[in-house]
Design a binder for this molecule. Structure first.
Ligand SMILES: Nc1ncnc2c1ncn2[C@@H]1O[C@H](COP(=O)(O)OP(=O)(O)OP(=O)(O)O)[C@@H](O)[C@H]1O
Ligand SMILES: O=P(O)(O)OC[C@H]1O[C@H](OP(=O)(O)OP(=O)(O)O)[C@H](O)[C@@H]1O
Ligand SMILES: O=C(O)c1cccnc1
Length: 489
């Protein structure tokens, strides 16, 4: 049995190595050294042309509650891994960092900072695991949801994934992310209570099995509910399910809102066309056809191409588990640290050019044309740069520098906003509806070439000249350092 603690906190929701490193910093007296870390991911999820940032609300909750409770401290003592002085330090720990982040519903891209944490080295280090855990999952689900929305057009899409989600938290935060990304409703009632997401649903096969036939089951349901969507595929969709639904709808008349029927198996293109005819012939031209069964953007697109007569899509497993890409892979890297009273930029090298981190504290500027508000690309610049002061912006690909352009008559909008300032929450989270609307609005500013589902154009994420020079200079410096190492003296 898992132990129950009256004062359990989520502060220990961290990898042991974070605490091990912080113990080293503490014992060496450098735990308060000013440092800056940035989170970013390297590959676009699902090869999509954009990603939808989600997770900030949970990160805010987590940071606001960051403290080592009495039982956290007692447990750390029990492990025997930490010194008494370090444990005493942790018992007084209070987060003092500054967090800057993309806001929820914002579109984000690979190889640009999406969150920046500045402050005492220990504080920055402690939150790495939880921050990545949260934003990796929620951003993935919000992006998957946006993909599904893009193929569903204006059809209704309902989130049905709780039973297949990776446990409780994933179901709850996943459905919130799905709502941000474009879903209309969820079947998870607690998500409705917690976040105000509209809840919605039909009924399961077990209702029909309880009565042993479609008619009695639908009739019983109709006598106990106003809004009715009948699941018609338990025994035979065409011969039994739909005729029974029609019979009940006619008998009950105005006493119910006969909203439609749900199909959950079989060839849904063929069945939906037959069902549409049956409903129309009976005069129920407004009744909608709902479909579910392992759907995702690919099956929905295929069904639409087959001119399936489906109005509302219920999507579970493949959304909530991010079935075709189970992890986003965002990382959290140190970009700058204080030495002898001066901030010095740091880098992580790799033989793989894509994996070399970009040093220095940065801001991401979204560059749009003044004339039509459409995106030109993102411009990652060092913190002291401000492209708003420039008339012309030279933008070049950070690896293939011959790919470049000069942009004029542009607007530049900073993506990283201050969320916590020296440990104090200064950002007011908008309502969920506003976050969802932002996601929609931001997609409208994107050219269609970046939005297509398959093989979208790569959205430009460029480094400023100064940022690029800084990176190259640091690479050179580290190469020299490695070349000159000689421990034989
Ligand atoms: N016309 C269609 N075109 C493309 N995919 C379809 C079509 N009809 C159904 N599908 C999809 O094909 C898959 C069918 O899976 P499966 O064979 O397990 O379902 P089934 O025939 O409904 O059986 P079950 O009763 O076990 O659910 C589902 O992912 C479903 O969404
Ligand atoms: O297919 P998903 O995208 O994951 O959507 C959720 C699924 O959950 C339900 O099936 P389940 O077999 O659990 O129960 P039911 O068919 O008896 O309702 C529902 O009928 C959907 O098929
Ligand atoms: O309401 C529904 O139809 C529903 C809910 C969860 C999972 N599958 C279907």
């Amino acid at each position: 049995m898992a132990k129950q603690y009256p004062d359990d906190s989520t502060t220990l929701h961290t990898d042991a190595y974070e605490l091990s490193m912080i113990q080293t910093y503490f014992e060496k007296g450098i735990q308060n050294k000013p440092a800056i870390f940035e989170a970013y991911f390297r590959e676009m999820p699902f090869h999509n042309g954009f990603a939808v940032f989600a997770g900030l609300e949970h990160i805010i909750h987590y940071i606001e509650d960051l403290h080592f409770s009495d039982t956290d401290i007692a447990y750390l003592k029990e492990t025997g891994d930490f010194s008494p002085a370090f444990i005493d330090y942790l018992s007084h720990f209070k987060f003092q960092g500054t967090v800057r982040s993309a806001v929820e519903g914002e579109l984000i891209y690979n190889n640009e900072p999406i969150m920046q944490v500045e402050g005492p080295l220990a504080d920055c280090q402690l939150i790495e695991t939880a921050v990545l855990n949260i934003l990796n999952y929620q951003t993935l689900i919000a992006t998957k949801a946006a993909r599904i929305r893009s193929v569903a057009g204006n059809d209704g899409i309902m989130e049905f994934g709780t039973r297949r989600a990776q446990e409780f938290d994933a179901a709850i935060w996943g459905t919130r992310a799905a709502y941000i990304g474009g879903f209309d409703a969820t079947s998870n009632v607690r998500a409705g209570k917690l976040f105000g997401i509209p809840i919605s649903g039909t009924h399961a096969h077990s209702l029909v099995q309880t009565y042993g036939n479609d008619y009695d089951a639908f009739r019983a349901y109709a006598e106990t509910h106003k809004d009715c969507v009948f699941l018609v595929d338990t025994y035979d969709t065409i011969k039994s399910g739909v005729p029974s639904a029609i019979k009940v709808a006619k008998e009950m008349g105005d006493k119910i809102n006969f909203l439609g029927v749900r199909i959950d198996s079989g060839d849904m293109a063929y069945l939906s066309k037959r069902v549409r005819e049956q409903l129309d012939d009976a005069g129920f031209t407004d009744a909608k056809i709902y479909a579910s069964n392992d759907l995702d953007e690919k099956t929905i697109m295929s069904l639409k191409m087959q001119r399936a007569k489906i109005d509302v899509w219920g999507v579970g497993t493949k959304l909530i588990t991010a079935f075709d890409q189970p992890a986003l892979g965002a990382v959290y890297k140190m970009v700058s640290i204080e030495h002898n009273g001066k901030m010095e930029d740091t880098i992580k090298l790799s033989n793989n050019a894509e994996k070399v981190s970009t040093p220095g504290r940065k801001q991401v500027w979204r560059i749009t044309k003044k004339a039509d508000g459409k995106s030109e690309g993102d411009y990652v610049a060092l913190w002291d740069e401000d492209p708003r002061k420039l008339d012309e912006l030279y933008m070049f690909h950070p690896s293939y520098t011959y790919i470049n352009k000069t942009v004029t008559d542009f607007d530049a909008r900073p993506i990283l906003q201050t969320i916590f300032e020296d440990g104090r929450l200064v950002y007011q989270q908008p309502e969920l509806e506003a976050i969802k609307a932002r996601c929609q609005q931001m997609q409208e500013n994107l050219w269609p070439e970046y939005k297509r589902d398959l093989n979208p154009q790569k959205y430009p994420v460029d480094l400023s000249q100064k940022c690029w020079d800084n990176k190259m200079a640091l690479i050179k410096k580290i190469h020299e350092y490695v070349r000159n190492i000689n421990y034989d003296d």
